[in-house]
Write a new protein. Structure first.
Length: 312
């Protein structure tokens, strides 16, 4: 894979972009158990703060009794200010509104209504910090609709603005889970979509240190990952390895430079809004189609790539 680096990103340059921000973005990490989501949060925090203070507990170990992978992260966990502690943020003069990272328990590689419901609730900001995800899954499994009944209110500061899908290069790509995420995060504009927003997706392949990149199967796996996410490798993708020693490669900052670009925004789906949110517009026609324009800033170059979800 050919990479052209035209400038050097740094934590300072990334932070500067948020100086004029007026709200905090929430970036949700999604993937299967053991994909490396929590380790990725620690890598991001270390890369931006310059400190090796690990906050997200990691390690999905095999259970000695049933051989199944045990989840380490069981709750929805908010890492405010990219996980950088307040003292360090002050020392570094970090702007107030830098993104929060949201870690969650690993999801199964299935495309199911229950799973989509859970994702939908999280994306819309209905699930509070530190809620047990397995408990929510259990609740909905036992009694369909109970998630909606128990968490009816959207809390705007908890809404998700970007999704980082994390997968391990050592395992098959969880294409069904990816499809579930896309079904919810990138609605097709039909009134049945509860989440009326188009949320940008980013992809990260972890554990690149454990596979052979000369192997065509691994390269095909990477291609499948990009295709199933529907993302472009230059603007929305990276691969790296999370290191327990806290060292990170320069790829981390290059990727954060893309992920943490405030120009990439959630775009409201007007049809969803007309049907779901505003009773004043209830009887109007759906002539106002969603046009999703996602602009990726390329560092300090003047050029930008513009994407339109409806191909227009
Ligand atoms: N070698 C290697 N191990 C990793 C990497 N990322 C995560 N791990 C290990 O994989 C295991 C699962 O990681 P974790 O972050 O807990 O996965 P999560 O379930 O997605 O949160 C842990 O033992 C990590 O140390 C990586 O890039 N390379
Ligand atoms: Mg975890």
């Amino acid at each position: 894979m050919k990479k052209e680096y035209t400038y050097l990103p740094s934590a300072r340059k990334i932070f500067q972009r948020y100086e004029r921000a007026s709200h905090t973005e929430n970036i949700l990490l999604v993937g299967t158990v053991g994909a490396g989501k929590s380790a990725t949060i620690n890598t991001i925090t270390a890369a931006l703060s310059g400190e090796k203070k690990y906050r997200a507990p990691i390690g999905a170990l095999l259970s000695p009794t049933d051989g199944q992978r045990k989840r380490t992260t069981t709750h929805l966990m908010w890492y405010k200010g990219c996980g950088i502690d307040e003292v360090r943020r002050k020392e570094m003069h970090v702007p107030k509104y830098i993104p929060n990272l949201v870690d969650m328990t690993g999801l199964e590689n299935v495309e199911s209504r229950e799973q989509e419901k859970l994702l939908e609730m999280i994306l819309m900001g209905k699930i509070p910090d530190e809620t047990s995800i397995p408990a929510l899954q259990d609740m909905e499994r036992r009694n369909t609709g109970s998630l909606n009944r128990n968490f009816p209110f959207t809390y705007n500061p908890r809404r998700i603005h970007k999704i980082l899908f994390v997968a391990s290069a050592t395992e098959p790509i969880p294409t069904k889970l990816i499809q579930s995420v896309r079904n919810v995060a990138q609605p097709d504009g039909s009134p049945s979509n509860y989440n009326p927003r188009y949320i940008p997706l980013f992809g990260l392949l972890t554990k690149e240190d454990l596979v052979d990149w000369e192997d065509t199967d691994i390269l095909n796996r990477e291609r499948e990952f990009l295709q199933s996410l529907g993302i472009d490798e230059t603007t929305s993708y990276s691969r790296w390895h999370n290191s327990s020693s806290g060292d990170f490669s320069c790829k981390v900052l290059y990727f954060l430079d893309k992920l943490m670009s405030p120009e990439v925004r959630v775009v409201l789906d007007q049809i969803g809004i007309l049907h779901r949110c505003d009773p004043i517009f209830e009887n109007q026609t759906s002539s106002c189609r969603c046009i999703c324009v996602v602009v990726f800033s390329k560092g300090n170059e003047d050029t930008c790539d513009v994407y339109n979800s409806n191909g227009g």
